[in-house]
Design a protein around this ligand. Structure first.
Ligand code: GLN
Length: 250
């Protein structure tokens, strides 16, 4: 009898210890923040020489995750699948130089804005296209599902746009004469023009937009936390520091 009592006591102690161990094991394991992006949009996101997604968005997300005590994981996917991925919960947040638009706001919530983008027009150096007005009757290369795509299809018609999976492919199409111009955000435009001979950006700007993080409608908890962390990063000057690392003042 005595032995059984001692044995069950030992058993109880062992069980409690095991439970405590399991619990403490869990608390040291950080919660994961999964960010979705399309890593072909320099300097906001690109695949670096170590095969890692780098850039402004990746660094902002890392800084936010650190403030939330979370571990950042980045998933590289097609730009036009990001909204569905975040609203279905397969990723927690989108940071992809994504413009806030009323249509997207029907599917997701946007954080406070962290940067502005401008839709610009890339042409060949010897192109007859000089202003936005010259785009009528021209073939316009765009990235599928981006605001450049949406605005150009709206302004010039579906037949005017040629859609590509990413900006680099649209620029390649411009190089080999399949399209007359490419409409894309200004910072990637600068990066593509710098990396390719014989291209220039028109002086006239198509439209200015706000970039923000997209979060699922029902995840207001993360939205609040994200905005709080973002506000802190802004106040600390950390956001400006990240942007200045990738975008040199002109
Ligand atoms: N800012 C544009 C948009 O939101 C393009 C973003 C991108 O291609 N990553 O549609």
């Amino acid at each position: 009898m005595k032995h059984i009592k001692i044995l069950s006591l030992i058993l109880a102690v062992v069980m409690v210890a095991a439970m405590l161990g399991a619990c403490s094991g869990k608390t040291t394991e950080k919660e994961v923040l999964t960010m979705g992006t399309n890593a072909a949009f320099p300097p906001y996101e690109f695949v670096d020489e170590n095969n890692k997604v780098a850039g402004i968005d990746a660094e902002i997300a890392a800084a936010v995750a650190e403030k939330l005590g979370m571990e950042l994981e980045i998933k590289d996917m097609a730009f036009d699948s990001l909204i569905t991925a975040v609203s279905s919960g397969s990723i927690d947040v989108v940071l992809a130089g994504m413009t806030v638009t009323p249509e997207r706001e029907e599917s997701v919530n946007f954080s406070d804005s962290y940067a502005t983008g401008i839709q610009v027009v890339i042409v060949k150096e010897d192109s007859p296209i000089a202003t936005i007005d010259d785009l009528a009757d021209k073939k316009i290369g765009v990235q599928t599902g981006t605001t450049g795509d949406i605005y150009c299809a709206g302004d010039y018609g579906e037949d005017a746009v040629a859609r590509y999976d990413n900006g680099a492919l649209a620029v390649a199409a411009l190089q080999n004469g399949q399209v007359d111009c490419v409409v894309i955000d200004n910072e990637p435009a600068k990066a593509f023009v710098a990396a390719n001979e014989g291209l220039k950006i028109l002086d006239t700007e198509y439209i200015t937009e706000n970039y923000a993080a997209a979060i699922a409608k029902d995840n207001t908890e993360l939205l609040e936390k994200f905005n709080k962390a973002l506000a802190e990063l802004k106040a600390e000057g950390k956001l400006d520091e990240i942007i200045a690392k990738y975008i040199k003042a002109e």
